[in-house]
Every structure is written in C-alpha cells, then in structure tokens.
Design a protein around this ligand. Structure first.
Ligand SMILES: Cc1cc2nc3c(=O)[nH]c(=O)nc-3n(C[C@H](O)[C@H](O)[C@H](O)COP(=O)(O)OP(=O)(O)OC[C@H]3O[C@@H](n4cnc5c(N)ncnc54)[C@H](O)[C@@H]3O)c2cc1C
Length: 505
C-alpha cells in the first residue's frame, strides 16, 4: 500500500491557508469505498476535507444511500454474508460423509439471518462514518449538487472547494421489458428480502447474477438462471466459465443460455410468470411459472445524473460514466475529479479504494503524479464453487502474446473424496512462452478467493513459470496444484494452436 511504502508526507499548507475564500481543499460527494478512502487519506495528508453522503437505507435511491456505500450496505458485505450462510447447507452434506450424524434436518431461520446481517451492515456503516470523523473529515448528511466548478450545495448551504471529487457510485438498472419495472427486483432488494423465495428467476450472467443464483440455490430455492450468451461471466476465462457452469448444474441450478426474458406478469395467485425467448438461436419461447421473485442482474449505471455535472459541462462516456484521465481528473473540468464506479473503469471495491489512495497522493502527497495501478486486479465470483482469476484469460493472452503455454489441472478436493465426488476443482496457469512469465492464474474451487490473493501478488511481482515450479507446495491442499503442473495442456505459437486439444467452449 502506498502509505506503508513510506511515501506519504503531510502537506503543511492547505489551499485554505493560501486562499481565504475556500471552505475545503477537497469536497467529496459520496461516502462509499472510493469517497471515504480518498477523503480519509487526503485529510491524513493535511488537506481540509468535506464529505457528503445521503441518509442511510438498505435499498438505495436518488435520495437514500449511507456511509459505506454499495459495498457495505448492498454489495460485497451482505452478499458474502449470504453466501457464507448458504455454504452451511453444503457443509451439512459433507459432514455426513465424514461420519457426522445430523439427527434432525436443520432449519434455516431466514428472519434471524436477515436481522443479524442488517445489524452487522449498520455497525459497519457507522464505523465508516466514525472513521471519517476521527480523520478530521467534515461529514455532511444530505444530497450534494455541483453548482459551479468550485461550489457544491447540500441542504441549501453552499461549500467552496479547490477540488470536487465525484464518488457517487452506480445503481442497478432494470431493462425495459414488459412488467420489468412493476414486478422484477434488483440486487439491492434480493439482499434484503423478508422472506426466502421458494422459486427464483435470475436474469443476467454477470458475476452478480451468478452469485445470487448460486447463493439461493444453496438455500434450497428453485433457481432458474437466464443468460443471453451461451456461457455466463463474459469477462472471465471461457474454460473456467464452462467448468463452473457444470458445477452449478450439478448442484441443481436450472440454466438457460442464449435466452432473454420478454415479459414478467403476475397471475391471480400472486405468483409471477416470466416469458423467455431464444436469443440468437432457434427454439420456441417458453414460460417459467409460479415464481416468487425475479432478479434483474442486468447491469448498473454510473450515478452522474442530477448532481450538477451537466451544468458544469463535465464530459460523460457513452455509458454515462464521468470521463476522467489517468489521474482521475475530469477530462474537461480541471477542478473536478472522479473515482470508483461512477467512472466506469473496474467496478470493484479494492479498485475504488486504490483510486482513492492514488488521488489523495496525487493531490496532497509527495507523490504528485501518482496514478491508479491496474496491473494485477484479481476478480472473484463468490458462488459455489468460487471462480477467481488474475491476469489474462486464455483467448486474450493468445491474441496479445501469440506464443502461449496453458497448464490446466482438474481434481476432486479432499473434502469431497469421501462423499460428493462429483465436486471438482480447476486450476489453470497461462504463460508467455517467449519470456516464461506467468500472465494468468485461474481457479474454480471452494477456496479460490483466498488462494488467488497470493497468486495476484506473485503475478504483480512478475513471477516466471520456472519460479512457480520451484515453489514448494503445501500438501495436502488444492492450492498446491498451481505449483505442480509440468506439462502444458495446450500450446499456441504465432497465435495458432500447435499442441493439445482446441477449446470447445
Ligand atoms: C450485489 C453487488 C455485489 C458486489 N460484490 C463485490 C465484491 O464481492 N467485491 C468487490 O470488490 N466489489 C463488489 N461489488 C462492487 C462494489 O460494491 C463497488 O465497486 C464499490 O462499492 C464502488 O464504490 P464507490 O465508492 O465507487 O460507489 P458506492 O459504494 O456506490 O458509493 C457511492 C456513494 O455515493 C452516494 N451518493 C450518490 N449520489 C450522491 C449525492 N448526490 N450526494 C451525496 N451522496 C451521494 C451513494 O449514496 C453511495 O453511498 C458489488 C456490487 C454489487 C452491486
């Protein structure tokens, strides 16, 4: 981290001392992962910082939010707590194969889970707010609007700032299909239901859709996942996606690739019906009936509307994200900066935080000229099993590097050798054969997220395949597969497959 690298230095003179008419060196709009990090680090460097955040609610809206933002209240944290809750169902099955006699079928109290989860989210959200105050950031609750390039208005009061930081995040959208807005819900709602749905349709093959489908599948809900493409998880490695898909199906998930919903409607019994049509394939439309909830996990839109960006003429990209340069500065309004999901770069919490640290350093630290570093951003789908990767996927690696060796290994995790033997894991390493550098690590497995963090550090440091092979394994573990693969499954030279079977997915 930048701070621990010893390159932080407090600024001694804030802009306020130089220029009496300003209230703040930095005014941050949005108290999520990005805004809070930038505000705290900037204040730590001696800048006078204000931060505005909407009043708290678990379902977000134009005038409701809360410190901690999406990650704490409607994203990473509630999602992971729900995923962990669902995993106990698998643990119970596995326990039996190790001789544990579970005499009565354990029952899930949905109410207890939701209450405990909500309490924890509120605790974390309060902590974010306390930490701002401890860091001497002035916290203002309300809805901020940019009035001019150096003025923000909240609750009728105007604040002058040398720099305005837009860290307003993004919001889930429901596509314009008939009945969608009336009957479907977004990820905000699915993480906050008062009742466990008996039957759920999830539309969308991104990581949010796959995670929710898998989580509710573990809770015993009948889950139907509808995806436009043949395979979900477009940004991930194809082989890993096909592998994880097989594992989802083995666990009972109903999957419909190349399919798209056209209508959602409510029947007299109060249950929903979803009409599905084939997408870019032959086949007849069909309906899924008796559905309790329909989750639209079909994308998110940066929150750039009605916050005054249009009044100051800040340029937006084609998806509505604030257009910024490599230092996170608005491309055409120099006093305005943007970080996190609102800029449409990589919408992940650690990335939002990293952009916040880099911006603080750039504006107020010794490291003027610091940019966010996207060299090795790991990504995880917290489903059962998990899918995690860092670096290049196979097709992108071949396109960019041309000469590539691919190492893959599948195995049954030890935990499943006595029972559910059809549970399999995949590890995959992609190597640039010209210089032996590892350019991609991929894994499907129950601990993939925990394992991938270390390999992300190795990739960032530029590990070679030779060094990977020289690394002593941890036995018995799933992770040791990464350091024991000696023969490539596929070789590409000049961008063409020269050894091994072609990928069919
Ligand atoms: C279901 C789901 C699961 C996710 N899981 C993961 C995960 O496992 N790992 C991961 O890394 N990422 C995950 N993410 C993504 C992650 O949550 C975001 O990338 C991250 O929260 C972005 O932070 P941010 O600060 O840019 O935006 P946000 O966290 O959304 O914060 C923006 C804040 O600005 C506030 N705001 C907006 N407009 C105004 C205004 N006018 N005035 C005042 N305040 C305003 C909002 O209320 C909000 O609190 C997930 C997201 C979702 C939706």
């Amino acid at each position: 981290m930048l701070a621990s690298a010893g390159i932080w230095r407090k600024v001694t003179t804030s802009a306020l001392q130089e220029d009496g008419h300003l209230d703040f060196d930095l005014f941050t709009i949005g108290g999520g992962s990005a805004g809070v990090r930038a505000a705290r680090y900037s204040a730590g460097l001696g800048a006078k910082v204000g931060l505005c955040e909407l009043p708290r609610a678990l379902i977000s809206s134009d005038d409701k939010g809360g410190t901690g933002g999406t990650c704490v209240l409607r994203g990473c944290v509630p999602k992971k707590l729900m995923a962990l809750a669902g995993l106990f169902a698998e643990e119970l099955q596995d326990a039996a194969s190790f001789g544990w006699e579970v005499k009565e079928t354990p029952q899930l109290s949905w109410e207890a889970l939701q209450n405990n989860k909500r309490r924890e989210l509120e605790r974390l959200s309060d902590l974010y707010r306390d930490n701002l105050e401890k860091a001497d950031v002035k916290f203002i609750e309300g809805r901020a609007r940019i009035v001019d390039p150096n003025t923000v208005e909240v609750n009728g009061q105007q604040y002058k700032a040398k720099n305005i930081l837009v860290a307003t995040g993004s919001a889930a959208i429901i596509p314009p299909i008939e009945g969608g807005k009336d009957f479907a819900i977004t990820s905000d709602h699915i993480l906050n239901l008062d009742e466990l749905p008996r039957k759920l349709v999830v539309v969308g093959g991104g990581y949010i859709g796959c995670e929710q489908a898998s989580i509710f599948n573990n809770f015993g809900t009948e889950v139907h996942l509808i995806v436009r493409q043949e395979l979900p998880l477009a940004g991930f490695d194809r082989e890993a996606c096909a592998f994880v898909m097989e594992q989802y199906k083995l666990r009972g998930l109903h999957y419909y690739g190349q399919s798209s919903p056209t209508k959602v409607f409510k029947g007299p019994n109060g249950k929903l019906t979803v009409r599905i049509e084939p997408y870019k394939r032959d086949g007849d439309p069909f309906e899924i009936e008796d559905v309790d909830q329909v989750l639209m996990a079909t994308g998110r839109k940066p929150k750039t509307q009605n916050i005054g960006l249009e009044d100051v003429g800040a340029e937006l990209d084609e998806k509505g994200g604030l257009k910024v340069d490599e230092y996170s500065r608005s491309v055409n309004v120099p006093s305005i900066w943007g970080i996190g999901d609102v800029t449409n770069r990589i919408p992940l919490t650690p990335v939002a935080r990293m952009e916040g640290s880099a911006l603080a350093m750039h504006l107020f630290g010794e490291g003027n000229g610091t940019k966010p570093d996207y060299t090795a951003v790991p990504s995880v789908v917290f489903s059962s099993p998990q899918l995690a990767y860092v670096g290049k996927k196979e097709d992108a690696a071949v396109e960019e590097y041309q000469d590539v060796d691919v190492y893959t290994s599948t195995s049954t995790p030890m935990k499943n050798t006595l029972g559910r033997r059809d549970v399999k894991e995949l590890v995959k390493v992609i190597v640039s054969s010209k210089d032996d550098r590892v350019i991609g690590f991929h894994m499907v497995g129950s601990e993939a997220s925990e394992i991938m963090q270390g390999f992300a550090a190795a990739l960032y440091a530029g590990i070679t395949k030779r060094q990977l092979d020289a690394t002593v394994g941890i036995h018995p573990s799933s992770a040791e597969e990464f350091v024991t693969m000696t023969k490539p499954s596929r070789k590409y030279r000049g961008g063409k497959l020269t050894e091994g079977e072609p990928l069919t997915c």
